[in-house]
Design a protein around this ligand. Structure first.
Ligand SMILES: [Mg+2]
Length: 254
């Protein structure tokens, strides 16, 4: 791996999850279906909890925003507020709809995070990372680099994933977790904010992701980006001067 800044200046490594530390399939084939299947029972079990009530309220606000958007209007399931039961059913249907559309609203992410938390705690779900991830986290920590995560999944969901991987808890290696509360992953401003919250210059941050839009946004903020391409054999390499890796083994091998 070559980099423009000298290696020891890159003392923060900011890492994406989906498609970078973890196969995308884990999210689409395990996490999302688990949340969808359990959303109704979860809301019923926790109805009356203030936190859950407030999440439903936030979902409803988001629903009303979506309703004002012409392209979504006709596609949205109805939201009926006649009584607690219809309110709950509406929240369930809207949440499922958001999951199938892969729309990442913060309230939904928090709700999914709580459902996954139960699943992880009951051992029904376990976090998955690529084989090169645990040794890289250990190596970079030994090199005194700070490892941080930036993913659109909620911070809670991120922590649960890294806590339960088969090789052992990886959260001890992670200095900070960021989700969409830091802003969208495709906007440079989000990366500036993250660097600011770490009290470091964006030039000292290495950002690893499988998504070109995120790479561009991080680069726009002054970070040093690396495009991580995992297993798509026929992937057309974008015409770019961005550093491309296939495994974390290539990043600061020590
Ligand atoms: Mg990704």
């Amino acid at each position: 791996m070559q980099s423009s800044a000298s290696d020891n200046q890159l003392n923060v490594i900011l890492v994406d999850i989906e498609g970078t530390t973890t196969p995308v399939e884990f999210v689409y084939e395990t996490l999302f279906p688990y949340a969808s299947a359990n959303i109704e029972s979860f809301l019923r079990e926790h109805s009356g909890d203030q936190e859950i009530e407030s999440l439903i309220e936030q979902l409803h606000i988001q629903y009303n925003n979506d309703k004002r958007e012409e392209k979504l209007q006709l596609l949205l399931p109805p939201w009926i507020e006649d009584n607690d039961e219809s309110q709950l059913r509406s929240a369930v249907e809207y949440s499922k709809w958001l999951i199938t559309k892969d729309i990442k609203h913060t309230a939904l992410k928090s709700l999914q995070g709580k459902i996954w938390e139960e699943g992880y705690n009951m051992g029904e779900i376990r976090g998955i990372v690529y084989r090169d991830v645990p040794p890289a986290f250990k190596r970079w920590t030994k090199q005194k680099r700070l490892i941080c995560i930036y993913s659109s999944g909620s911070v809670l969901a991120q922590q649960l994933l890294f806590r339960t991987v088969a090789s052992g808890d990886l959260t001890a290696y992670i200095g900070a977790f960021y989700d969409t509360r830091a802003g969208p992953k495709t906007q440079s401003e989000s990366y500036r904010k993250i660097a600011e919250s770490l009290a470091c210059n964006p030039h000292n941050v290495l950002f690893i992701s499988d998504t070109m839009k995120e790479i561009k946004a991080a680069q726009g903020a002054g970070m040093q980006p690396i495009l991580c391409i995992r297993d798509s054999k026929d992937y057309h390499l974008p015409e770019t001067n961005i550093v491309i890796i296939r495994s974390f083994d290539e990043v600061f091998p020590g």
